[in-house]
Design a binder for this molecule. Structure first.
Ligand code: ADP
Length: 712
């Protein structure tokens, strides 16, 4: 209605149709849902009626604006008015020029005073005020035409307003003023350049009832006018959008009433069927009674009987018609079967959903539509149950069969039909195509499946991540353990280096006085002459000086940078030499010495003198630890690219609490020990890239293991 032609509204609001619908529902009394649906329907009709009225009003508003707009927007009118004014002006000027020419001719022919008067008239011609008015009218008209052309091509409303407010309007006012002046000077006849044309120009451009604010020259909206028209038209078009949206909403809500209407239809159907049966029964009774009366001679009442019967039949026909109307307008499929299972009726929606023509399905067995023949669905036959047991059956998801054999999922309710004697007459099947719902469910299921897959993938990813984190943590812990060990080694090395440099300084300082003491004691011995005189004392001094030299030598060995003098030698031979020499210095009578060399070991490339010192230290320590008896065991072997020398004894072993300290310089548990043997040995082995390990053996005693790499 809002988009069609803008002629007067021809059709009226379909009040009657809505009222009729209401009335139809009112007839079905006793149904509780009816009130709700009826109220809802009433509310919707009321709203629709209101929208209709507003739409009619809108059309009334829009029509003149639309027509005005169509007329004026082209500016045809304005152009023609301006053309007319310019034509009038040219005619007027032509006339004035002709008049001037005639005056000049008269002046030429005239003589005396007349010639003088005419000459003055001709001279004053150019100076006259009306002449200036004429020029400015000409200018204004040219300006106006130019501006109107701009106006016609311009589509920005703000620029139009500016052009009109500040240029067009003043120009028109000047034109009107000059015309009035010209007319007042008696130069214009009434039909020449009529003032009405200026008025019409004003109205065409600014609309009827326009007025100007004096201070700002701003146009106050009157009726019509191009600017106002455009503005109003826009407003009305927006109103139209609003109305259409509202109407659409109402219609959608009306559509939402279909499902409850369909269920009401079914109930109404039953009600009407019962009424019809009652009416027929009553009709038949009346007929019998009236027949008796007729037989009794009341022929006069015959006509009355026939009329009543006709009324009953007409009522019945009306009921049937209403029945059919309701059935055909229902959105659900409604199918009726008789006791034998033959289809006796189907409504259009049902036939459409099953792909049958209504008339073709009537008379067919309901088996035609109950699932596909041969499929398992046949096992579930709610219609035959309803026909046999007289009970209602409801299925939210059954399969019906279309005429072309394809299946359609439906939600259905099967209700048995009883006659007055409560015998089963047939059944009514109400069903609704749920393909859309099923499709939506399937899509949803697919989404769920995908979600589950993604969750599983995520869980696996998490598991992998956890494993990686655990692995990384283990590696980090290992690295940090190595770091701690390295730090400890570094600290130890730094400590040794500091002690070493201090020791070297002290040893160096002690060496000189020791040499002086030794020299002087020797001089003293020579001076004393007799071997018995103070021999013991001077020998003791020399012995202690020797000892001091030994200590300082050890100190210097410890502190000295280990510049190894490497060459190939046999480690087994070196060890045998050491054992021989030690025997000369220390008593090893009560000691059992066991040397088990590995004869397969390769020659070792190292500093033989340095290593001699190491093994001598270890052997002496072992012998000192054992005292007079015990077993000193020495063995060599070669494995994994390393030479290994083990020196073990059967002494008391090394207590656990001092194992970390025995390699520190000056650590000793012996009364006359220096505590430098192991620390010097440790330094020499390290300089060879090897290691010196200590372990207690199970039988008691200590075992030192020297590992020397042969490669790199
Ligand atoms: P010193 O022999 O002068 O004491 P060392 O550096 O050679 O200096 O030894 C340091 C200490 O290590 C010894 O005092 C001793 O307590 C311990 N030690 C070394 N070897 C053994 C061993 N075979 N059995 C028991 N203790 C030992």
């Amino acid at each position: 209605m809002l988009q069609l032609d803008l002629g007067p509204v021809g059709e009226a609001f379909p009040e009657a149709a809505l009222d009729q619908l209401q009335v139809e529902f009112q007839k079905t009394l006793g149904l509780s849902e009816l009130k709700l649906v009826s109220d809802e329907l009433g509310q919707r009709s009321h709203n629709l009626r209101r929208i209709w009225q507003r739409a009619v009003a809108w059309r009334a508003d829009y029509r003149p604006i639309y027509l005005d707009n169509r007329d004026k927007h082209s500016l045809r009118k304005v152009r023609s008015y301006l053309q007319r004014l310019r034509a009038d002006l040219e005619i007027f000027e032509g006339r004035r020029r002709l008049q001037g020419a005639l005056t000049i001719r008269s002046w030429r022919e005239a003589e005396g005073a007349e010639a003088q008067r005419l000459a003055e008239e001709l001279l004053s011609y150019r100076n006259q005020t009306w002449r200036r008015s004429l020029d400015s009218i000409n200018t204004e008209l040219v300006d106006l035409s130019r501006m109107v052309e701009i106006l016609a091509g311009e589509d920005r409303l703000d620029q139009l307003a500016d052009l009109k407010d500040n240029q067009l309007k003043p120009s028109l006012e000047r034109l009107a003023r000059e015309l009035t002046r010209l007319r007042a000077a008696g130069q214009l006849r009434s039909e020449e350049l009529p003032a009405a044309v200026v008025q019409e120009l004003n109205e065409a451009l600014f609309g009827r009832g326009y007025a100007i604010y004096e201070e700002y020259q701003t146009i106050r909206p009157g009726k019509g006018g191009l600017y106002l028209l455009a503005w109003q038209r826009l407003g009305l078009l927006q109103q139209r959008e609003g109305l259409q949206a509202e109407a659409l909403r109402e219609l959608q809500q009306l559509e939402a009433l279909y499902p409850p209407l369909a269920s009401l239809t079914q109930k109404r159907n039953k009600e009407l069927a019962r009424k019809a049966e009652r009416s027929l029964a009553n009709g038949a009774l009346d007929l019998v009674m009236l027949s008796l009366l007729t037989l009794g001679g009341f022929f006069g009442l015959g006509w009355q009987i026939i009329r009543m019967t006709q009324h009953q039949l007409a009522a019945l026909a009306r009921l049937r018609q209403q029945n059919e109307l309701i059935l055909s307008s229902a959105g659900e499929g409604v199918l009726g079967v008789d006791r034998q299972g033959k289809t006796i009726f189907i409504n259009p929606a049902g036939a459409r959903q099953l792909g049958w023509e209504q008339q073709d399905l009537v008379g067919q067995s309901y088996q035609q539509i109950l699932a596909c023949r041969g499929s398992e669905q046949n096992l579930f036959d709610p219609i035959s149950r309803a026909l046999q047991q007289g009970s209602c059956h409801r299925s939210d998801e059954a399969l019906f069969c279309r005429r072309d054999g394809s299946q359609v999922p439906v939600a259905c309710v099967v209700t048995p039909m009883h006659n007055e004697q409560q015998q089963i007459e047939g059944a009514v099947v109400t069903f609704m195509d749920i393909s859309d719902r099923k499709a939506a469910e399937q899509t949803l299921r697919r989404y769920y499946d995908r979600l589950a897959e993604q969750e599983q993938a995520l869980a696996e990813l998490n598991k992998g991540l956890e494993q990686k984190v655990a692995e990384r943590t283990r590696l980090l812990e290992e690295k940090s353990r190595q770091l701690i060990v390295t730090q400890e080694e570094l600290a130890h090395a730094e400590k040794l280096a500091a002690i070493g440099s201090l020791a070297a300084g002290v040893a160096h300082e002690i060496n000189n006085p020791t040499a002086i003491i030794r020299g002087n004691v020797e001089i003293l011995q020579a001076a004393l002459g007799q071997p018995g005189d103070y021999q013991e004392e001077t020998d003791e001094i020399l012995h202690q000086v020797e000892r001091i030299s030994l200590i300082t030598g050890n100190l210097l060995a410890f502190a000295r940078k280990k510049n190894l003098k490497r060459k190939d030698f046999d480690l087994n031979e070196l060890l045998e030499e050491i054992l021989d020499q030690v025997g000369h210095h220390i008593s090893i009578d009560g000691i059992e010495v066991s040397f088990v060399p590995d004869n397969e070991i390769p020659p070792y490339h190292g500093d033989g003198e340095g290593l001699r010192q190491v093994f001598t230290n270890l052997v002496i320590n072992a012998l000192q630890a054992m005292g007079e008896t015990g077993v000193l065991a020495i063995s060599t072997c070669f494995q994994n690219g390393q030479l290994s020398v083990q020196v073990s004894d059967t002494g008391p072993g090394i207590p656990a609490d001092i194992q970390g300290e025995i390699f520190n310089p000056f650590f000793t548990t012996k009364d006359n020990g220096t505590g430098l043997g192991l620390s010097v040995s440790y330094g020499i082995v390290q300089a060879h890239g090897g290691s010196l390990e200590i372990q207690n053996v199970q039988t008691g005693g200590a075992c030192f293991n020297v590992l020397l790499p042969t490669e790199g």
